[in-house]
Design a protein around this ligand. Structure first.
Ligand code: NDP
Ligand code: OXD
Length: 313
């Protein structure tokens, strides 16, 4: 029997996904929202930020596949159909892309590059010898030691940084000092000069990047947030930067995306903004994973990368 998948994304390249999905799953009919045809035809939905209520219109939905590693964009729907399994992306290319982003911005702060950018603009030649640090003197703390955070932490450690990670359950990783749970959060922050957020957005992690957290870090620290905008209490960031508690922040994700034109983050000299492209799901590697989950669902086998609806990640 022919199966039908509905592709919902207002930002991804629909034509590219359609051709990769057709290649990975011959015979699969792929429809692109909003041209859904008869809602009862839809068996699967592959989605990025579906509008609330859209999935509830599909009476025969068998599985919801997130187009990203994160699934907060799915659980944000108050009308999400109950009992339909949700899967997410785990992909070596997605992970590698994020580690590149983390290494790039960590190195930029470690090497004081924002200062040298300003010096060039002002035609200043100053080697700033007294500010030179070895990598082992820069402590980096990674929030989230999952598929993505653990890769970034190990690669940072391989460069010689003093790396710690924080997760919900205790981990043991070579070269990474592992902290877990709320009880160890303060100790983790206290040793962290560059704080990297790679957590999923859940009710337990929303607003975790706030004034109290910044105050627990050594003065002059940095924030790199590539998790989700909802992790950051936006109103707490600029005061932390202006007081010198934080020296800089790199943000890839925002409470509202695209970042609104008049938002103060755009022009703040200590903030680097990237347009939620720290790492992008590549249909060339991920379409096969979607096809495999369709095969598994049809065969009654366990789905890959199934999300726990209670924990919401
Ligand atoms: P995983 O589910 O593999 O890992 C999540 C990690 O966060 C785990 O280590 C988990 O702990 C930890 N965690 C979750 N809740 C808590 C909590 N309450 N307290 C402490 N630690 C917690 O996710 P991924 O690594 O695949 O992805 C992480 C996130 O990265 C995504 O959800 C998404 O938001 C973001 N992302 C952003 C992208 C971008 O372009 N900006 C691209 C891709 C992902 P434990 O191991 O104990 O369960
Ligand atoms: C993701 C993302 O979750 O792109 O994969 O943010």
């Amino acid at each position: 029997m022919a199966m039908t998948l509905l592709f919902i994304s207002e930002t991804d390249r629909t034509d590219w996904w359609q051709s990769e999905l057709s290649r990975a799953s011959p015979g699969l009919e792929v429809r692109a929202w909003p041209d859904i045809g008869a809602p009862a035809d839809i068996d699967y939905a592959l989605v990025w930020k579906p509008r609330p209520g859209e999935l509830a219109k599909l009476p025969n939905l068998k599985a919801i596949f997130s187009l990203g590693a994160g699934v907060d964009h799915i659980f944000a729907d108050p009308d999400l159909p109950e009992g339909v399994p949700v899967t997410r992306i785990v992909d070596a290319n997605l992970t590698a892309g994020m580690s590149e982003y983390v290494l790039l911005h960590t190195l930029r702060y470690h090497r004081n590059q924002p200062v040298f950018d300003r010096q060039q603009r002002d035609h200043v030649w100053d080697m700033r010898m007294s500010e030179m640090r070895q990598a082992y003197e820069t402590s980096v703390g990674v929030l989230g030691l999952g598929e993505i955070g653990s890769d970034a932490a190990v690669k940072l450690s391989a460069l010689g940084f003093s790396v710690a990670g924080w997760s919900r359950t205790q981990k043991s990783m070579h070269g990474v000092e592992c902290y877990a749970g709320e009880a160890e959060f303060q100790a983790f922050l206290a040793r962290t000069r560059i704080l990297v957020c790679l957590l999923p957005l859940t009710p337990a992690t929303a607003g975790i990047l706030n004034a109290a957290a910044f105050a627990s870090m050594p003065r002059g620290g940095y924030l790199i947030n590539a998790g989700r905008g909802g992790h950051l209490v936006e109103d707490d960031l600029i005061p932390a930067l202006d007081s010198g508690q934080l020296a800089g922040a790199t943000l890839d994700v925002f409470a509202q995306e695209p970042l609104p034109p008049g938002h103060p983050f755009w022009d703040h000299p200590a903030i680097t903004v990237t347009p939620h492209n720290a790492s992008i799901t590549d249909p060339r590697s991920v379409a096969a994973q979607v096809a495999e989950n369709i095969r598994r669902q049809r065969a009654g086998e366990p789905l890959l990368n199934l999300v726990d609806p209670e924990a919401k990640y």
